[in-house]
Design a protein around this ligand. Sequence first.
Ligand SMILES: Cc1cc2nc3c(=O)[nH]c(=O)nc-3n(C[C@H](O)[C@H](O)[C@H](O)COP(=O)(O)OP(=O)(O)OC[C@H]3O[C@@H](n4cnc5c(N)ncnc54)[C@H](O)[C@@H]3O)c2cc1C
Length: 466
Amino acid sequence: MGAVIAADYLVVGAGASGMAFVDALITHANVHVVMVDRRHGPGGHWLDAYPFVRLHQASDFYGVASTLLGEGRLQDSGPEAGLHERATAPEICAYYQRVLQRMVGSGRVEFHSGCEYLGGRAFVSRVSGRRFEVTETARLVITDYLGPDIPATTPPPFGIGAGARVIPVNDLVKVTEAPSRYVIVGSGKTATDACIWLLSKDVDPDAICWVRSREPWMINRAALQPEPEVFYRSAGDIMAAAVVATSPDDLFLRLEAAGVMLRIDRSVTPTMAKTPTIGVWEVDKLRTIEDVVRLGHLEHVDPGRLQFAAGDFRIPADSLVVHCAASGLKYAPVVPIWQPQAITLQPVRAGFPCFGAAITGYVEATRDDDAEKNRLCLPSPLPDTPASWARMQVMGGRASTAFALESDIRAWASRTTLNPARIPPEKADDPGVRAAAARFRAAVGPGLERMAQLAGMVDVAGPAAA
Ligand SMILES: Cc1cc2nc3c(=O)[nH]c(=O)nc-3n(C[C@H](O)[C@H](O)[C@H](O)COP(=O)(O)OP(=O)(O)OC[C@H]3O[C@@H](n4cnc5c(N)ncnc54)[C@H](O)[C@@H]3O)c2cc1C
């Protein structure tokens, strides 16, 4: 047996979810928390991020409820001038470091970095080998149930033959000699970031071959800003489109027409809807890459050859293959957040994982009964396809209704910028905001009812809050 630590909570993971949960918990309850992470500091996957990554959404939506990430300012130059700032990975890591210092300084939190949780409330330092146990009284909090897989820490999902040149996306910045072809493997945000970065370095679009096993739908960043009028206009567009949509694909095509969704190739109907946000300027650049390989999942790389189940694809022998194909989001089944063995963090509204973790921390701090907490915080899944995106909207809408009926939670949610649906008091009487919110409220009931049908859900959703 190792050293025994007395605590009220044992939180496994100090990524965005763990940090948002603990911040809200200790702000509203006098408790002692032990946080454990195998990484060397707080910030989770951001500590291993590729150097040119930024948040894909505005910084306001990310982080912990007590502390704004960034300064809430608009970008004043570049292709996104006028849109809200988006933090880089170093900015995010520095932010979490500051938040952690404050937590530890409060005396309510102790953080054990470089430690592996072993189960049974025990963990071991990966550096010293020292073992710790946390008292049975501590409630276990699992924060990485849906934590993303990233290329830096996940091997490529394809075989690599002798002599083939394959790097994770993180190593793109270390290239010292230009290959005649960059082969980008992946369809999601990481792959789009890699392509944009190469193009920004004056790599000829024809020197990029892009293996996209699926075509992605992405949200127009300009349509998802921390501005209530913008948010409610888009939310209203989504519900209005849903009411008349004939299928999940038709819903997305209508959202494209409304300027909410974007796709790279207008001649292909996307099947993937993880829906990160993207700038119109980025999509314009991505469209200059014409060598797109749509042969399904890459199975094996040899010098000069990509192998797919559907056949081989020739590439120059010196091609540099860039692994951007980690699965990113996880699709574990939705489970009750509060169970006897653990609190399992998941989104509590459609998307916005930091908000979900923070509201869970608030509810944990302010309620005693687990059944009541589960009634107030309904988990919602992450999206993968147009149909599962509709399902996320329905379940997220129900979750929003459940917590919004409680006045203290509504008041708490209206104070944090992590909540995309909040209307700050100074904007409450703005005519544009009022009109957009009213339009949304009129459409949300029928919109979600139709989305439940489109998603193939057996029961039909009732009206919901934003
Ligand atoms: C490139 C990228 C960009 C993104 N941009 C955005 C964005 O703009 N907006 C947005 O809302 N979302 C964004 N997301 C999604 C969002 O960041 C993630 O869902 C969220 O940050 C994940 O945080 P997490 O705490 O759930 O997981 P993680 O960051 O993976 O943290 C979990 C932590 O738990 C630790 N851990 C797990 N098991 C153990 C164990 N047994 N012992 C010890 N430690 C353990 C891990 O070391 C890890 O540090 C992005 C994701 C990626 C990959």
